[in-house]
Design a protein around this ligand. Structure first.
Ligand SMILES: [Mn+2]
Length: 459
């Protein structure tokens, strides 16, 4: 019985591990020729079919390259070690039918001889009978869940809390499941969670199958190790030195360009597809305990480009509908393209909008500049506003912004909440509701509310 971290020296200085925790480890040296990723996925599918799965590795619900590939490779490594009961199976945290929205992941898999349809999802999908539907994982409770690229379960997956047995992540440590994750708890601020996964291969001498695939996430997350993004750490660079010599028939630059192009080619998606392509739910609370549901999409276009592509009215109508479906008080959209960032806020009412006013005004370093604001609905029963801010410091990604937004909301009080699901206008024009009835009253209200909002933002 040897402490796991003894085999994981690079992690010793960052782990919360206590020295008396021991995990049985195999001393056998892995075979020189690695099992292919395709073969591993075929074995995983059989384990699901035979209901013999003992441990799953799951990325976050945004399911970007880092989450999808990180879960795949962490499961692969853990399936060769004796940290957790086996088989260890990777799960992607989106319905399988949403995978085509992520052109970069599809390209990376296909380039490495892996069919995107061979991935296994934890979401029910009428087109995907192989999905490991999450409620099934809670029984029997012996199935362990290892989280990669997040360290807090999504609000819709909290039923799995007791099953969490490990974490490998690069987000802010939420200090959850600590007693349950002593066998493997690696939370370190690095550019890509896949750098931490690759470190496990390096430390344990596990041959890396299809290194181009594992490297893809690290290249995209660090933007080819661009220092300007302030994301790359010495760990990412040492993993570059580990993986780069394994590349065959490509270079870091060529592979990054191809992936980036595939990731950015999103003009054929519908608006709901854009919104859910990289989407996360957050559940925050104000100081007086009022729950505030926040949804945050990342879209690789600027707001002006979105309006041009779909029309502003269609965009806002679809966004309103999305907020209603997701039951969020605040629906945020991070627009990112051409080395610029904007943050859009769809708020259920003025009180909710005011909740994050401090976030915008008290973060002068990030530098939010209000670009536009519209009152979408203003009736006795419902209010809705849409505002877009330009972000001066573009190094602040969703990973860095979301804890700041949480702090801002948790310090706010005295909030009057609207019904969560605001009525969705059947008309496409966001201003059409004003022509339903009481036109004059509505216009008067709009002007008054607009004045209040502008005052709020001048405070
Ligand atoms: Mn990540």
């Amino acid at each position: 019985m040897i402490p796991f971290m003894a085999f994981f020296p690079s992690y010793c200085n960052v782990s919360q591990q206590t020295s008396n925790v021991v995990v049985s480890m195999s001393r056998s040296i892995p075979a020189a020729k690695p099992k292919s990723i395709a073969a591993f996925l075929a074995d995983s599918a059989k384990a699901v079919q035979d209901k013999t799965v003992k441990t799953v590795v799951m990325g976050n619900e945004g399911c970007d390259m880092d989450s999808a590939i990180g879960s795949l490779y962490l499961a692969y490594a853990l399936d060769q070690l004796d940290v957790y009961p086996k088989p260890v199976v990777p799960l992607i945290n989106i319905p399988i039918s949403d995978l085509p929205l992520r052109g970069d992941i599809v390209l990376a898999l296909k380039t490495n001889g892996v069919s995107p349809n061979s991935l296994i999802s934890c979401w029910p999908d009428p087109d995907d009978p192989r999905a490991v539907v999450l409620p099934l994982l809670t029984w029997p409770d012996r199935i362990g869940v290892v989280l990669v690229d997040h360290n807090k379960l999504s609000s819709v997956q909290t039923s799995l809390a007791k099953n969490v047995v490990g974490v490998v992540d690069h987000h802010k440590d939420e200090n959850l499941y600590e007693d349950q994750t002593k066998a493997l708890r690696v939370i370190e601020v690095v550019g890509s969670a896949c750098s931490l996964v690759a470190q496990l291969f390096a430390d344990r001498g596990i041959p890396v199958p299809s290194p181009t695939l594992l490297y893809a996430a690290i290249l995209l997350d660090t933007k080819l190790f661009d220092p300007a993004t302030k994301k790359t750490t010495p760990r990412d660079l040492s993993i570059r030195d580990f993986l780069e010599p394994m590349l065959v028939d490509t270079t870091s630059e060529t592979w990054f360009d191809a992936l980036h192009k595939a990731k950015s080619d999103i003009s054929s998606l519908t608006i709901p597809q854009q919104l859910r392509r990289d989407y996360k739910n957050f559940d925050f609370k104000t100081a007086d305990g009022t729950p505030i549901g926040v949804g945050m999409s990342t879209i690789e276009m600027l707001s002006g480009e979105i309006y041009k592509l779909y029309g502003a009215d269609a965009w806002i109508a679809a966004l309103k509908q999305y907020r209603s479906q997701q039951k969020r008080q605040l629906q945020l959209v991070m627009f990112t393209a051409h080395k610029q960032r904007e943050l859009g806020v769809l708020a259920g009412n003025l009180s909710t909008l005011k909740l994050i006013q401090d976030f915008f005004t008290q973060n002068p370093v990030i530098g939010f500049v209000l670009k536009s604001m519209q009152i979408l609905v203003s009736t006795k029963d419902a209010e809705e506003t849409w505002a877009v801010y330009a972000q001066t410091d573009t190094t602040y990604s969703r990973k860095l912004l979301s804890p700041l937004i949480e702090t801002s909301i948790s310090s706010a009080t005295k909030v009057t909440l609207p019904p969560v699901a605001a009525p969705v206008s059947r008309r496409r024009c966001p201003f059409a509701v004003l022509s339903d009835n009481r036109v004059i009253v509505a216009i008067g209200l709009t002007v008054a509310l607009g004045t209040i909002v502008m005052k709020l933002f001048r405070q």
